[in-house]
Design a protein around this ligand. Structure first.
Ligand code: ME8
Length: 593
């Protein structure tokens, strides 16, 4: 297979006059073919989602976390295809007071609740195409071994001591809260009860002898880590927030509870009267899945990227790196943080009855449609609001009309009767813009389109690296619009295959549009894998031609052979993405309520 990078395409040697270089920002020339940087590092990459509490069924926020991780991981696999180079874990967080109480309230044994809800997460993730390589449950034996080993290390390094711990405990958040984070709220019977200021969840006063971790020793090491690696926590506002937190003293952290109070968890090694704090237990899942404490884990740690919601930033950016440093390990490579989904302007909650069921959404909008919506509309830096009409509007305009319409326009029998990838004519579309001649048909906007699509893979990769997947999709969508503009401008339906004057230009217009579609299909694979497969299959692109490392765009334009030219298109398999019928009963109902 011919390897022509976008870089080589743009910076082709030996050309005089105006080249595409003039249309591109210089940063596109600095980084080499996609995949090369990762290959050169020879690095392995390990992506994780949070592990989800099993006290309630999954909602769209959980799916969003998993989708972000899935898209990052799929994009990475397209850059570095070796199966051995990438790992991706998700799972369920099954211990702790919250689960113990939820099981009691449901009249179930904790194991029954865990089995039931963990299965719901597994089913959802299967249906949504989450391509994880491991699903961990913290009730598994392998995890108990890892947690107890990790505990032993902290103990041996003198970082745990026994002491009286006193304070407010919020079971819903599974954390101690300082006085300043607690307020009073009047209950239904008029009495006032203490609640967490941030979440409104009830808190209770707890005074116990526990094991305590010397967290206070790690304030400066954490500051050094974050100041030395400005991208450790991405996006930047979250990095800044953690550094601000670290300006204040760090109190030591209670890392166990009395077993008489919390029995649903992992016992402290050598002291059955204490159960390990659920957050320490949960965080170690990231090591369990890479084989810890066996030495194999070292080939995956610390090249780890944690994808988390903003609600659990403190646990991942302070407690976890401190625990790791305490155990003699490095902090994770990256912590990618996202904000939350609200529903019609309100926080999603069982009590408000506004929890959006992700499985219903996958049914209504299709797996690819709903994946596209969440990743296109979800902005990590701030909260996003969900409502049904928004999904329909986005999918109809971007997937059905713009992308589906473009494919249809270029492959329809009436315009492309031979059902092939037509030949590109360099006389009609010379590589140097501004040439004048009787056969030159390309216009300035057409060169702008070629440049936009040629630089798109690099742009998309940069957005993935910065955890701005929505911007990657915005960039693809903008190029789809530009390509539709190109087709509209040259109206191939007005050109005639029989005419020796029209035919080379008609073929060229279709060739360029199909090449654009091939790039879009390749770049959409991490987000809409089924739709991208359908698109690429329709274009006749084989499974081995879909990676990013060798993605070349319009090689003919700079005089290289194009492996697709003259190739038969794949079979017609119907609309790429059918419009969502606005008159569907459920939508009418949603409007009325
Ligand atoms: O916190 N919008 O589990 P969890 C977007 N078990 N994402 C949301 C969301 C929303 N409205 N609500 C939740 C826990 N999430 C712990 C984690 S990890 C070692 C232990 C996402 O089930 C967000 O990523 O309460 C959040 O961090 C995650 O779901 C887990 O929530």
């Amino acid at each position: 297979m011919l390897r022509i990078s976008v870089l080589r395409l743009l910076g082709r040697p030996g050309t005089s006059g105006v080249s595409l270089l003039e249309y591109s920002s210089p940063r596109h020339y600095s980084s080499g073919p996609l995949g090369a940087r990762d290959d050169a590092r020879g690095a392995r990459a390990f992506f994780t989602t949070p592990i989800f509490y099993v006290n309630a069924a999954p909602h769209i926020g959980h799916l969003y976390s998993a989708l972000l991780a899935d898209a990052l991981c799929r994009h990475r696999r397209l850059r570095v295809p070796s199966a051995a180079a990438t790992r991706f874990s998700t799972g369920t967080d099954e211990h702790g007071l919250k689960i113990q109480q939820a099981a009691a309230a449901a009249g179930l044994a904790p194991t029954e609740l865990c089995d039931r809800v963990s299965a719901q997460f597994q089913q959802l993730f299967r249906e949504a195409g989450i391509s994880s390589t491991d699903f961990i449950r913290t009730t598994e034996a392998r995890h108990r071994i890892a947690v107890q080993h990790f505990w032993g290390l902290l103990k041996a390094r003198g970082l745990l001591y026994k002491g009286l711990y006193e304070g407010w405990y919020c079971a819903s958040e599974e954390c101690f809260l300082p006085e300043a984070k607690v307020t009073r709220q009047s209950g239904s019977s008029g009495d006032s009860c203490p609640v967490s200021l941030e979440s409104g969840h009830p808190v209770s006063w707890t005074k116990e002898e526990n094991y305590i971790f010397r967290l206070s020793q790690f304030r400066e090491p954490l500051q050094r880590w974050l100041r030395g690696d400005p991208q450790a926590i991405t996006p930047e506002p979250f990095h800044r927030a953690v550094l601000e937190w670290l300006e204040e003293e760090l109190p030591d952290l209670s890392v166990s509870r009395k077993s008489s109070h919390l029995h649903w968890g992992i016992p402290v090694p050598g002291d059955d009267s204490q159960t390990i704090y659920v957050w320490l237990d949960a965080l170690v899942n990231y090591l369990t899945v890479i084989g810890y404490p066996n030495a194999e884990f070292k080939s995956w740690w610390p090249s780890t990227s944690h994808i988390i919601g903003k609600d659990i930033l403190k646990f991942h950016a302070i407690y976890w790196p401190a625990l790791l440093l305490g155990a003699g390990m490095s902090p994770p490579h990256r912590i990618y943080v996202h904000s939350h989904w609200t529903v019609c302007g309100q926080k999603m909650s069982k009590s408000l009855g506004n929890v959006v069921d992700p499985r219903t959404c996958l049914d209504r909008y299709t797996v690819d449609g709903f994946r596209y919506f969440l990743l296109r509309q979800g902005v990590p830096n701030w909260d996003c609001d969900y409502y049904d009409e928004k999904v329909v509007k986005l999918l109809d305009s971007e997937l059905a009309d713009a992308l589906g319409g473009l494919l249809n326009r270029c492959t329809a029998k009436r315009i492309n009767p031979s059902g092939t990838y037509p030949v590109f004519c360099t006389t009609c579309f010379p590589s140097e813009p501004g040439l004048v001649g009787p056969s030159v048909r390309a216009q300035a906007e057409d060169y702008a389109l070629v440049n936009a699509v040629a630089t798109l893979p690099r742009q998309v990769a940069d957005h993935y690296d910065n955890f701005q997947i929505y911007k990657a999709l915005e960039a693809v969508s903008s190029c789809v619009r530009q390509t539709n503009g190109f087709v509209q401008r040259h109206a191939p339906w007005k050109l005639n295959w029989e005419s020796p004057v029209d035919a080379p230009w008609l073929g060229t217009v279709l060739h360029v549009a199909l090449e654009c579609l091939r790039v879009f299909g390749t770049l959409l694979q991490p987000v809409t894998p089924n739709l991208a497969d359908k698109l690429l299959s329709r274009l006749g692109v084989s499974a081995t031609e879909r990676g990013l490392g060798e993605l070349c765009f319009l090689p003919r334009f700079c005089g290289h052979p194009c492996p697709f030219e003259g190739r038969r298109l794949g079979p017609e398999t119907g609309l790429l993405f059918p419009r969502l019928d606005q008159s569907r009963a459920w939508l009418v109902k949603a409007h009325r309520t």
